[in-house]
Design a protein. Structure first.
Length: 134
């Protein structure tokens, strides 16, 4: 019985395509894994292209990775701003609701609830008044 073997085609990628893949990797449009899947190449090939065609990444050059990059910080701050804007919107709706309730109470009871139940400003403690008059 003859054993059938399939010949693997030797593919050659143009320098322009390699440059485009490396630019996509540098800009964050693609990952090494996605480039491997899309073009059917090994990770060694992709890293070889990075070493050869990259403007920034070269072998034996240390790359400093920071825990909190500027882009990450920016995304987190934008997320926090959205949360605070939502909280501010909820508080404003609550204030509007309470003001409307006070207006409704004024119409139904005929008295201004804001003035009726507000406390007068403090003029000091009772002990101070007694000591001053004694």
């Amino acid at each position: 019985m003859a054993k059938l073997t399939s010949l693997r085609l030797r593919r050659t990628f143009s320098n322009d395509l390699k440059n485009q893949i490396v630019r996509d990797l540098e800009k964050g449009k693609a990952t090494v894994a996605s480039a491997m899947r899309e073009y059917g190449v090994s990770s060694a090939s992709v890293y070889r292209w990075l070493n050869k065609y990259s403007r920034h990444l070269h072998s034996n050059q240390p790359v400093v990775m920071q825990k909190d990059s500027e882009a990450y910080k920016t995304r987190e701050l934008e997320k926090k701003i959205k949360e605070l804007e939502a909280a501010l919107g909820r508080k404003q709706m609550e204030i509007d609701f309470l003001n409307r309730m006070l207006e409704q109470g004024k119409e139904e009871l005929g008295i201004d609830l804001k003035k009726k139940f507000s406390t007068p400003p403090s003029t000091g403690s009772d002990n101070t008044k007694r000591t001053a008059t004694s």
